[in-house]
Write a protein that binds this ligand. Structure first.
Ligand code: KE4
Length: 424
C-alpha cells in the first residue's frame, strides 16, 4: 500500500520536473521519496500521512520564529483583508525599508521577490557602478540561479569560468571567476590576473550551501581590504545569515561592512521576499533614479511585507532570541559530537549560531574540497534514520540545518538520542 506522500509524488512527477518546484526537495541524494507536508506549528511539521516531525529546515531558513507565529499570522490575515496586491507604493513598504536600514546599517534598500532576484540585481548594480564586467565568487557557494552565478572554475583557473548548468552561454560564464573559500591568496591572484576588470566579489559570509563552512579568522576582513585595494565592490550574500546571526546579520556578527548586501528568507517571514541594499551613493544608481534597471510586479507586495515586517519587528525588539539560538545551537552541536564519537562514527560538525551541518568525513571542513570528501552514503543513513525518528533534517550533505527560536531543550535532546540510536 503506497503512502499518501508516495501517491502524491507519483502524480507530481507527471506534471512537474522531478515532481518538485525546487530540486533539493526531491530527496534524490538521500535514497527516499519526499514527504509531502500538510501543516506546521511552532517547531513541528506534519506530513500528509499524519507523521509528525521536529523541523530542522523551516522552509530553508525563513521561519526563524517557527511555523504559524501568531504575530506573523495576524499581520498577514489583516493585510489579506485589505487586498493582495496593488502594484503601487504602500505605507507598509516604507516601514519595512526603514526597519531593514535600521537593523542592517544599509542606507537604502530595494525589495524584490527572492534571493536569486536580489543577487541578480546586486550584481547588475555592481557592474553598473564600476563599469567593470567580472565577478569573483567562491567554489561551493550558492547565490541563487541567475546565469552568472551558475558557473564553476574554468579550465584556466585564473581566467573565465565555465557554465555549471546547461543553458548558460559560455561567454556569460566567462565573466565569473571562481576563488577558493577561506583562501585570500586565490582572490588576490584573480584580482591581479584581471586588473581593473573585477566589479565585485560576492561571498556567503558564512558558507551554507556546501554544508556550513564558517569564515576563518581574518577572511572577511581580508576580502574587505582586497576589494578596497583593487577598487572592487564587496557583496555579502546574506540570504541565509541575514537577521539570523544577529539583527544586523553577518555584518554585525563579524564587524565587517560590505558595499552591497542581499537578503531573502527571514526578511519575508515565509512569504516570497528578497532585498538588496547598500550606500545611498550606490543605491541611487537604481531605476527610476539612476541607469541600472530593475523592476518587479509583486516587489514590496503588501501581504509579503506584512509577514516580513511582523517577523523583523520581533527580531529587532527581542535580542534574547539570539542568545537562545546560540545556546541551543551549542547544545545540539556538542550533543551531536558526543553521540557520533560514542558511536565511533567519523564526522565533523560545523556550526555558526543556529545553522549547522554534520559532515561524514575525517577532515576539518574549511572549504568545498573537504566538504566533497564526505561520505554521502552515510549521510543518507543519517537522514533516513532521523526521518524515521520524527526529525525533519536537510536531505543533502551540502545543505544546512536550521534552528528556530521555538525549539525546546527536550527536542534537542530527542534529536541527539535519535542520532545515538541510528549509529548504535
Ligand atoms: P532563493 O532564490 O532560493 O530565494 O535564494 C537563492 C539563494 C541565494 N543566496 C543564498 C546564500 C542561498 O542559500 C539561496 C537559496 N538557498 C537554498 C538552500 N540552500 C534554497 C533552497 C532551494 O534551493 O530549494
Amino acid at each position: 500500500m503506497m503512502t499518501r506522500s508516495e501517491q502524491l509524488f507519483e502524480a507530481a512527477q507527471k506534471v512537474m520536473p522531478g515532481g518538485v518546484n525546487s530540486p533539493v526537495r526531491a530527496c534524490r541524494a538521500v535514497g527516499t521519496y519526499p514527504r509531502f507536508l500538510d501543516r506546521g506549528l511552532g517547531s513541528r511539521v506534519w506530513d500528509v500521512d499524519g507523521a509528525e516531525y521536529i523541523d530542522l529546515i523551516y522552509s530553508w531558513g525563513p521561519l526563524i520564529l517557527g511555523h504559524c507565529n501568531e504575530a506573523v499570522e495576524q499581520a498577514v490575515s489583516e493585510a489579506v483583508k485589505k487586498g493582495l496586491s496593488f502594484g503601487a507604493p504602500t505605507a507598509m513598504e516604507v516601514e519595512m525599508a526603514q526597519l531593514v536600514c535600521e537593523m542592517t546599517g544599509v542606507e537604502m534598500v530595494r525589495m524584490v521577490n527572492s534571493g536569486t532576484e536580489a543577487v541578480m540585481s546586486a550584481l547588475r548594480l555592481a557592474r553598473g557602478a564600476t563599469g567593470r564586467a567580472k565577478i569573483i565568487k567562491f567554489e561551493g557557494c550558492y547565490h541563487g540561479h541567475s546565469d552568472s552565478m551558475l558557473v564553476k572554475a574554468g579550465s584556466g583557473a585564473l581566467t573565465g569560468g565555465a557554465p555549471d548548468s546547461a543553458g548558460v552561454p559560455p561567454e556569460m560564464a566567462g565573466d565569473t571567476l571562481t576563488a577558493t573559500y577561506n583562501d585570500l591568496i586565490s582572490v588576490r591572484h584573480l584580482m591581479e590576473a584581471n586588473p581593473g576588470q573585477v566589479a565585485a566579489v560576492i561571498v556567503e559570509p558564512v558558507a551554507a550551501n556546501m554544508g556550513v563552512v564558517p569564515p576563518q579568522e581574518g577572511f572577511l576582513e581580508g576580502l574587505r581590504q582586497l576589494c578596497d585595494e583593487f577598487g572592487s565592490l564587496l557583496i555579502f550574500d546574506e540570504v541565509i545569515t541575514g537577521f539570523r546571526l544577529a539583527p544586523g546579520g553577518a555584518q554585525e556578527y563579524y564587524g565587517v561592512r560590505a558595499d552591497l548586501v542581499t537578503y531573502g528568507k527571514i526578511i519575508g517571514g515565509g512569504m516570497p521576499v528578497g532585498a538588496y541594499g547598500g550606500s545611498r551613493k550606490l543605491m541611487e544608481l537604481v531605476a527610476p533614479l539612476g541607469p541600472v534597471y530593475q523592476a518587479g510586479t509583486l516587489s514590496g507586495n503588501p501581504v509579503a511585507m506584512a509577514a516580513g515586517l511582523a517577523q523583523l519587528r520581533i527580531l529587532a525588539s527581542t535580542p534574547s532570541i539570539y542568545e537562545e539560538l546560540e545556546r541551543r545551537g551549542a547544545m545540539l552541536d556538542q550533543g551531536l559530537r558526543n553521540a557520533l564519537k560514542k558511536a565511533e562514527v567519523t564526522a565533523k560538525v560545523n556550526r555558526v549560531g543556529s545553522v549547522l551541518t554534520v559532515f561524514f568525513t575525517d577532515q576539518p571542513v574549511t572549504g568545498y574540497a573537504q566538504a566533497k570528501s564526505s561520505d554521502t552514503e552515510r549521510f543518507g543513513q543519517w537522514y533516513r534514520g532521523l526521518l524515521a525518528r520524527g526529525v525533519y533534517a536537510a536531505p543533502s550533505q551540502f545543505e544546512a540545518m536550521f534552528l528556530s527560536a521555538v525549539h525546546t531543550d527536550d527536542e534537542i535532546r530527542h534529536i541527539i538520542s535519535a542520532v545515538e540510536e541510528i549509529f548504535a
